[in-house]
Design a protein around this ligand. Structure first.
Ligand code: PBG
Length: 323
C-alpha cells in the first residue's frame, strides 16, 4: 500500500498538539524614558524602542489590540548618581509610566524591574564600596524602589539585582506599607551571561568597571539554580525567573519539576538580536524561528515567557488562528 502525507489541508495534529502559545504566556519588556515626545531606536535590538510615557501609552495601546496582557517596565534616567536616588523618585520615568498605564488600561498587568544598574553612575546593580558591591547598603534602596513602584500601582515587582536576601527584605518592606497584594517575581536564576549585551545599550546600564560575575550565576552550574530558586520561594517569591532562556531550558525544565510556583523564562536581548540579525540577512525565517523558540520554552515548562518578540509573536499567532 502506498503511504502518503496530506500536504495542503491543516493536519489533525495541529488540533491535538500538546503545547500551544497564547497571549497569556507572553510578556513584552518596555524601556521608559523621562520627558515627552521621545522615541529612540536601539541599534542592537531592531524593532525595539525606548519611549517617553506619552508615546509608551500609544505603544501599549497597540500591544493590547494585538492581545497583549502584560508588560515588564525598565526605566532610564539622566539623573544617575552613586546611590541610585532616581530609582525611587515618584516623578521618575517608571512610576509615571505605571500611573499613566493604570489610568488608561487598568486591566493591563504591570511588572516593574527593580535593580539599580540603570540609576548608578558606575552601572552596577548595587551600591559600590571600593571594588565591592555592598549587599546590605543596597537592600534598603531596592525596598524604596519597590515601594515607589507599588505606590504608583505596579502589580508585581521583579528584583533583578541578585543581592542576597532581597526577596525577604522586599516582601517585608512591601507588607509593612500594606502592599501585601503586590507580587514578587524573583530573578532567582540569573546567569552571568554574554546574552545580555544588547540590553546594556538599551537601558544604558553597562558597568564602567569589573563585571557582574560576583553576583550572577556561573553558567557551568545547575544545582546552584535549584538552591537559589528554593531559597527565593522560601523568602516569599511568588514566581521564579530563569534567565536567559534558550541556552538554559534544562534549568527551566528542572525547576518546573521541583517547584510549585510559576516559572518565567526570560528570552533576553542577545537571543532577540541574533534572530533579528540573521532574519535581516534572509538567513532565517524570523516568524518560524521565533514561534518555534517560544514554544520550546513552553515545552520546557515555562508558565510565562518574557520576550522582545512578544508583540510580533501575538501578531503572527492571530493570523495563524484565523487561518
Ligand atoms: C538588570 C537587568 C539586566 C537584564 C534584565 N535586568 C541586565 C544585566 O543583568 O546586565 C537583561 C535583560 C536582557 O538582556 O534582555 N540587572
Amino acid at each position: 500500500m502506498k503511504r502518503f502525507r496530506r500536504l495542503r489541508k491543516p493536519h489533525i495534529r495541529n488540533f491535538v498538539q500538546e503545547y500551544r502559545l497564547t497571549s497569556h504566556d507572553l510578556w513584552q519588556p518596555f524601556f521608559v524614558l523621562e520627558g515627552k515626545g521621545k522615541k529612540e531606536d536601539i541599534l542592537s535590538m531592531p524593532g525595539i524602542k525606548r519611549f517617553s510615557v506619552d508615546l509608551l501609552l500609544k505603544e501599549i495601546e497597540n500591544y493590547i489590540h494585538l492581545g497583549g496582557k502584560a508588560g515588564l517596565l525598565f526605566g532610564l534616567t539622566s539623573h544617575k548618581d552613586l546611590l541610585a536616588k532616581n530609582s525611587y523618585d515618584p516623578k521618575g520615568a517608571v512610576p509615571m509610566a505605571i500611573k499613566a498605564i493604570k489610568k488608561y488600561f487598568p486591566n493591563f498587568l504591570v511588572i516593574t524591574d527593580v535593580c539599580l544598574c540603570a540609576y548608578t553612575t558606575h552601572g552596577h546593580c548595587g551600591v559600590v564600596q571600593g571594588e565591592n558591591i555592598d549587599n546590605d547598603k543596597t537592600l534598603p534602596i531596592l525596598a524604596k524602589m519597590a515601594i515607589c513602584h507599588a505606590q504608583a500601582g505596579s502589580d508585581w515587582v521583579a528584583p533583578s539585582d541578585m543581592m542576597d536576601f532581597r526577596v525577604s527584605y522586599l516582601r517585608q518592606a512591601l507588607n509593612n506599607e500594606d502592599f501585601k497584594e503586590v507580587g514578587i517575581l524573583s530573578y532567582a536564576v540569573k546567569y552571568a551571561s554574554a546574552f545580555y549585551g544588547p540590553f546594556r545599550e538599551a537601558a544604558h546600564s553597562g558597568a564602567s568597571f569589573g563585571d557582574r560575575k560576583t553576583y550572577q550565576m556561573n553558567p557551568a552550574n545547575s544545582r546552584e539554580a535549584l538552591k537559589e530558586a528554593r531559597q527565593d520561594v522560601e523568602e516569599g517569591a511568588d514566581m521564579i525567573m530563569v534567565k536567559p532562556a534558550l541556552a538554559y531550558l534544562d534549568i527551566v525544565h528542572r525547576l518546573r519539576q521541583e517547584l510549585t510556583v510559576p516559572i518565567a523564562a526570560y528570552n533576553v536581548s542577545g537571543e532577540y538580536a541574533m534572530v533579528k540579525a540573521a532574519s535581516q540577512h534572509g538567513w532565517l525565517n524570523e516568524q518560524e524561528v521565533v514561534l518555534e523558540s517560544l514554544l520550546s520554552m513552553k515545552r520546557a515548562g515555562a508558565d510565562i515567557i518574557i520576550s522582545y518578540h512578544a508583540k510580533d509573536a501575538l501578531k503572527w499567532l492571530k493570523t495563524h488562528e484565523n487561518q
